[in-house]
Design a protein around this ligand. Structure first.
Ligand code: FES
Length: 194
């Protein structure tokens, strides 16, 4: 082998050794990074978002089987329904009125004991579980809000950032509610407290 060929082989070996060392170092760094991220999550778990309470209505306004619609300060609409007599929170349910399928507004049907979405006949149980229509097929239930009653006043729990935006308001929807109509497009108007 000539001197030139020998020198070239030595250079190639040197370069390959350097590449191998670099690869090993990079692999170790990635492994340590992953381990550090995992340990960080274990030692400092993500803090739950602070929550607060929004006043909705006097509980007595809701007779058994009745519901009202409430708009949070951020614009989300919530159906609050009374499902049995009594002034304990379990007598009520507060569910997002936005259908998880395509965002139409669902409403409470006391005679059928269900929430109904007229856009594609989505049906939900009183606790918001989807049981028919596209939401049931996709396993998409209604978002449920924790609620409480204090001195006859009904509150729902929301992120604290939402409480900071000011009070929400009761609303009702104008316009047709039957199948074939999209209640998302109906105008909402405020309702005065009794
Ligand atoms: S938007 Fe409610 S069922 Fe489709």
């Amino acid at each position: 082998m000539s001197d030139d060929a020998r020198a070239e082989t030595a250079e190639r070996r040197q370069a390959m050794g350097w590449l191998a060392r670099f690869g090993m170092t990079a692999g170790l760094a990635a492994a340590y990074g992953t381990l550090a991220a995992f340990m960080g999550r274990f030692l400092y778990p993500a803090r739950p978002q602070p929550r607060g309470w929004l006043y909705v209505s006097e509980a007595r306004r809701l007779k058994e089987g009745a519901s009202l619609r409430y708009r949070t300060p951020s614009g989300a609409t919530v159906n609050v329904a009374r499902q049995r007599p009594g002034d304990d929170p379990d007598a009520f349910v507060a569910l997002s009125s936005t259908c998880p399928h395509l965002g139409c507004q669902v409403h409470w049907e006391p005679h059928n004991n269900r929430f109904f979405c007229p856009c594609h006949n989505g049906v939900f149980t009183p606790d918001g579980t989807a049981i028919a229509g596209p939401p049931a097929e996709a396993g998409q239930s209604l978002l449920r809000y924790p609620l409480k009653i204090e001195r006859g006043l009904l509150f729902i729990e929301v992120p604290l950032s939402e409480v900071a935006q000011g009070p929400g308001r009761l609303i009702e929807l104008d316009g047709p509610q039957g199948p074939g109509h999209d209640p998302c497009l109906c105008a909402a108007r405020p309702v005065r407290e009794a």
